[in-house]
Design a protein around this ligand. Structure first.
Ligand SMILES: Cc1cc2nc3c(=O)[nH]c(=O)nc-3n(C[C@H](O)[C@H](O)[C@H](O)COP(=O)(O)OP(=O)(O)OC[C@H]3O[C@@H](n4cnc5c(N)ncnc54)[C@H](O)[C@@H]3O)c2cc1C
Length: 400
């Protein structure tokens, strides 16, 4: 591929694959380097709010994703001690009509394979599996990207390099070595269960159970056939990675000892295979671009998952990046690639920092104890579902 219209993306996660489609739609050739030999399911379920689903639909993925996603009827906030609903925020088709795009819950593997199929069908995208980014050197013509394909060292000339290689980004390590993710002191336990195996009716929407220093998120995926569970607890274990195994007995006894209501404990008890994920987050306000290289998704702003927006922000990044780079190549725009990447970083920074703060704040609110927890529940009831939903509109109503 000639360098003149080529962009290299390191990382074929949700961010990298979406960016490749958005850039190809603007007329670029894209080489996507992915270090793993196969794109595998990383984690389990994912919530995609309208700000993200809108971008994916614009890229032509609507029909493919609609087949596999579930439109939850509501987000119901549950009290972990009483087992009762504190407040129910309706979503479903009415929320989609209001926002102009659906709220989806989906298995990550379904999203990943829909993106991969679209990428493979695109003549301008070259997805190279088993290819690990190693180094970069910039020159006046752009950037030379060094990578290793199996045992062979290779190079690719490009206009720009996009580091979409996740929270442990090698690209970021070379550009901004002092910016490192920090451990939050929290662990996500993740598992799925066949909806028919649940001892109670499977939820049709998202359940958010709030308890003392822990919370539990439950929702249907895979067309409602499976139920996804994420339990967040404090811990000092912090290994990198998606899929360290977790002992079912350990998580069950933690929620039992903490006095969680029977329906929540039954949900947890129904899952046999758990994976643990230590929650790291990037500090706010790190650099995103330098010269012809920029970061995208978790590589620049890996965040706590308590606003359910990490992938959403990566998807938004992809749309804005393609817009900025696309404009730099319009004959009448006269811009350069470094200037376009700076515009991208500027356009994204404030919004992403606000979402990072929201995620941290949500985590604190979800884990309140004693009288503070009671005050939280009363405040949510007093505000009511419509006003609580309206508070999310700055996140959901975003458009590229
Ligand atoms: C418990 C939990 C729940 C979550 N729930 C939600 C949710 O409901 N909604 C939401 O929007 N977000 C959610 N998130 C966040 C979301 O999962 C991430 O923000 C998102 O997956 C980040 O995508 P990414 O493409 O930036 O990075 P990644 O998905 O990490 O992809 C990075 C890719 O780069 C590859 N790579 C790494 N190094 C190299 C290299 N040197 N060369 C080539 N390739 C490389 C990796 O193999 C990987 O494929 C959740 C996260 C957690 C932990």
């Amino acid at each position: 591929m000639p360098a003149s219209r080529t962009i290299v993306i390191a990382g074929a996660g949700i961010g990298g694959l979406t960016a490749s489609l958005a850039l190809a739609a603007r007329g670029f050739r894209v080489v996507v380097l992915e270090k793993t030999e196969r794109l595998e399911e990383a984690g389990a379920g994912l919530q995609l709010s309208p700000n993200a689903s809108r971008v994916l639909i614009d890229l032509g993925l609507g029909a493919r994703l609609a087949q596999r996603a579930v439109v939850p009827d509501a987000v119901t906030v549950m009290n972990a001690r009483s087992g009762r609903a504190t407040v129910r925020l309706p979503l479903g088709d009415s929320a989609a009509a209001r926002a102009g795009a659906p709220y989806w819950v989906i298995h990550r593997a379904d999203l990943q394979s829909a993106l991969e199929a679209e990428v493979k069908a695109h003549r301008s995208i070259d997805l190279q599996l088993g290819s690990a980014f190693e180094n970069l050197s910039s020159d006046s013509g752009g950037v030379t990207v060094g990578y290793r394909r199996r045992s062979e060292r290779r190079q690719q000339q490009a206009l720009a390099l996009i580091g979409a290689d996740g929270i442990w980004s090698t690209v970021r390590g070379q550009m901004f070595p002092s910016t490192q993710p920090r451990f939050s002191g929290l662990i996500a336990w993740r598992g799925t269960v066949d909806a028919r195996a649940l001892p109670q009716a499977a939820p049709l929407g998202v359940q958010l159970w709030m308890g003392p220093q822990a919370h539990l998120v439950v929702y249907p995926i895979s067309g409602g056939r499976r139920i996804n569970l994420v339990a967040i607890v404090s811990d000092d274990w912090h290994r990198e990675g998606w899929s360290a195994p977790g002992e079912a007995r350990e998580i069950r006894s933690r929620f039992e000892a903490a006095g969680w209501a029977t329906p929540a404990r039954k949900l947890i008890g129904a899952v046999d295979i758990w994976k643990r994920w230590a929650l790291f987050a990037m500090p706010d306000g790190g650099a995103w671009s330098a010269g012809t290289t920029a970061l995208l998704g978790d590589a620049s702003h890996g965040m706590l998952p308590f606003a359910a927006q990490g992938a959403g922000m990566a998807i938004e990044d992809a749309a804005v990046l393609a817009q900025c780079l696309g404009d730099s190549h319009r004959a009448d725009a006269g811009g350069s690639v470094p200037a376009a990447l700076q515009r991208y970083a500027q356009a994204r920074r404030a919004r992403v920092a606000k979402v990072q703060r929201l995620a941290r704040q949500n985590g604190k609110i979800y884990h309140l104890t004693g009288p503070m927890a009671l005050a939280r529940d009363l405040a949510m009831q007093a505000l009511g579902s419509q006003r609580l939903l309206a508070r999310q509109s700055w996140v959901y109503d975003w458009r590229p």
